[in-house]
Design a protein around this ligand. Structure first.
Ligand code: AMP
Length: 282
């Protein structure tokens, strides 16, 4: 596996791969890799001739009071893991190689970015879209692979790709979890012992909600009120950011459970904000 830091060198390399007729799969990450990221890399390896991963803690997707400086980083270990999971090229640029000091061009999908995580992180998805669009322009990948853990991000990137006619197939991969059900996240290292013990109840709450739906409950308010009570009891260390029942593509709030309904939640612990979601079976 070759590690590249310079965007121009990376773009030249990717162009030569495409000119040689190779299909490429891109896995964008912020590093501190865990089994969730690695599942995306395995899929890249399976899908395309050449697998490309990026590790870039993208400053523009962090708000002013967020954890940009303390975001966990481990490039050496990440490089070893990426290589073990079939990555051929790893792009790890420095922030000033990706953004000029007077960077002033942004990609936004405001309709999908205003709710859920966007409500408390108003510039987050603008940063995500802009950096992913830049990566698409550097790589021109055949496939780009993202996790369903960040469901809103995936929906926004699908819309951006469609609207801007990027010739890339977006692939969404299932959430990888700890054995106790906690969705893997690079930020889980910031949980206290108590918070870590309570955190699996986030997914347990989603399962309980699924059971209620299977037993016939369809009213969103009734379901979400019950979930809020459960979390207050079982995840007392957390402050609820949002609990929502939404359409999985439009991300619009639903008042009644529909044939395709996603439950999406975000809870704030002292040093980590945890998100999870689940596509309900009706
Ligand atoms: P991040 O490094 O947090 O920006 O994540 C990079 C990619 O990995 C995104 O597409 C995430 O959705 C995906 N990802 C993060 N956590 C998980 C997980 N637990 N399961 C599957 N994919 C994940």
């Amino acid at each position: 596996m070759k590690i590249i830091h310079d965007p121009n060198e990376f773009q030249t390399l990717c162009r030569s791969l495409r000119a040689a007729g190779k299909s490429t799969a891109l896995v964008p990450t912020m590093g501190f890799l865990h089994a969730g990221h690695l599942s995306l890399m395995d899929e890249a390896d399976r899908l395309a001739d050449v697998s490309i991963a990026t590790i870039f803690v993208n400053p523009t997707q962090f708000g002013p009071n967020e954890d940009l400086d303390s975001y966990p980083r481990a490039l050496e270990q990440d490089a070893r893991l990426a290589e073990e999971h079939g990555i051929d090229f790893l792009f790890a640029p420095k922030p000033d190689a990706m953004y000029h000091p007077d960077h002033g061009t942004w990609i936004e999908v405001p309709e999908l970015a205003k709710g859920l995580c966007g409500a408390s992180r108003p510039t987050h998805f603008r940063g995500v879209c802009t950096v992913v669009a830049k990566l698409f322009l550097l790589v021109d990948p055949t496939y780009a692979i993202f996790g369903q853990k960040d469901w809103q991000q995936l929906a926004i990137l699908r819309r951006m790709t469609r609207d801007l006619m990027f010739p890339v197939q977006i692939v969404g991969m299932p959430i990888v979890r700890e054995e106790d059900g906690l969705a893997l996240s690079s930020r889980n290292v910031n949980l206290s012992v108590d918070e870590r013990q309570q955190a699996p109840n986030i997914q347990a709450g989603l399962q309980i909600l699924q059971d209620k739906v299977k037993r016939g409950e369809k009213n969103a308010d009734t379901l979400l009120d019950a979930l809020a009570v459960y979390y207050k009891d079982m995840v007392p260390a957390a402050e609820i950011d949002y609990l929502e029942l939404i359409h999985p593509n439009s991300l619009e709030k639903l008042s009644q459970i529909d044939d395709t309904t996603l439950i999406a939640v975000a809870l704030k612990m002292s040093r980590a904000r945890l998100i999870d979601n689940f596509l309900l079976e009706v």
